[in-house]
Design a protein around this ligand. Sequence first.
Ligand code: ZN
Length: 187
Amino acid sequence: MNQHHKETVYQIDADDRLVVFNSQWNRFAIENDARDLMQDHITNQVLWHFIRDSETRHLHQTLLQRVRQSGHTLTLPFRCDAPALRRYMEMIIAPLDNDAIEYCCRTLRTEQREPLRLLDPAASHNEHGAMLRMCSWCKNIDTGGTGWMETENAIAHLHLFDTESLPRITHTMCDACLGRFGFDNDH
Ligand SMILES: [Zn+2]
């Protein structure tokens, strides 16, 4: 296993249970205030338990099936942003023996930005208003009539800088990402 310290590596077995993690996994969980995702809490749990929205889960299941059937490694760019950081990442999905799979996620580059209150889980979000749809793969936001936009542009477009109560965010897949992975767009 490649143990470069910036890479988060984990493996699932043939039943999609999380079985192996590198040390960066726990470091990443702590940095992102997600101690419930530390290794001791989730070992032997099924991967799908942690991917809540059905479209993202379906995408990951299809990618996994492709890797297992073809025996080829997939390399996919994705975004994993924090409120003050654009994080451009890459996910490598590699087949191992006995239908096990190794995932390796590494940061390609990051860009600082003004912290976005919209992405801060501690900021107050309107529990009853309409929900914003965010693509869980590229982190673009659905602005409705004008399509999908980078988070900052969507915030400006929807005037979310000056609102007192921020909308909640629901995760899904955008049309561009579905198209990129060869899914049709009528969902
Ligand atoms: Zn997307």
